[in-house]
Design a binder for this molecule. Structure first.
Ligand code: PRP
Ligand code: URA
Length: 212
């Protein structure tokens, strides 16, 4: 795959360890959900080195000191339904007051084209950094459609976080949206004939919510 300036692939052993357990078909729903949250927190930590901060005065038991704190009002969390929902708590563990918007998209099983069925975004989204969440970046159709939707609503700064990506998905999104920062914990081999990521983890939504 080509090197894209706007793509970061985490190659961290602690994330790899958790992704290995996530992939295992014997990992149950509860552990799957916990791992998705934990991986998301680690990814958020790494991808927000540029988070806006403010100076605050803090009184320690000994003296008053100027300290740095995060402005988490500047961030909005946007999961792509359904599977992106599993990542929200992982971001909230670092940005507890970030508002959440929802974009509902499902992939047509035959054409693999995304279809929008829901959109509700927090007020003032245009001036926030939107963290778009979807654990799986397969063809890239869903993420691309969600990014276009956010841009049409006036959002200027978008970070996409996906746990597992196929090269096809990265190429599609990175080419269509070179201004969007893409963070991926693991780059997989390819898509199969049904548009599933190999080796992948199966259907993320079904494994998170116990459906088939
Ligand atoms: C899955 C996944 C992504 C999308 C990725 O969602 O959560 O949103 O497929 O595929 P793409 O990159 O080829 O668009 P799905 O449509 O299965 O809906 P769900 O989350 O409700 O299960
Ligand atoms: N959506 C998933 O949940 N898994 C895949 O492998 C591809 C799309």
């Amino acid at each position: 795959m080509k090197n894209y300036k706007n793509v970061t692939i985490f190659d961290h052993p602690l994330i790899k360890h958790k992704v290995a357990i996530l992939r295992d078909k014997n990992t149950g729903m509860k552990q799957f959900r916990e791992l998705v949250e934990e991986i998301t927190t680690l990814m958020t930590f790494e991808s927000f080195k540029d988070v806006p901060t403010k100076k605050v005065m803090v009184e320690t038991p000994l003296e008053t000191t100027e300290q740095t704190m995060v402005v988490d009002k500047s961030i909005a969390v946007i999961p792509i339904l359904r599977a992106g929902l599993g990542m929200v708590n992982g971001v909230h563990s670092l940005f507890p007051t970030a508002k959440v918007g929802h974009v509902g998209l499902y992939r047509d099983e035959e054409t693999l084209e995304p279809h929008e069925y829901y959109c509700k975004l927090p007020e003032g989204i245009e001036s926030k950094t939107a963290i778009l969440l979807d654990p799986m970046l397969a063809t890239g159709g869903s993420a691309s459609a969600a990014i276009t939707l956010l841009k049409n609503k006036g959002v200027k700064k978008i970070k996409l976080m996906s746990i597992i990506a196929a090269p096809e998905g990265i190429e599609t999104v990175a080419t269509a949206h070179p201004d969007v920062e893409i963070y991926v914990s693991t780059l997989d081999r390819c898509l199969n004939e049904n548009g599933y990521i190999l080796p992948g983890l199966g259907d993320a939504g079904d494994r998170l919510f116990g459906t088939k």
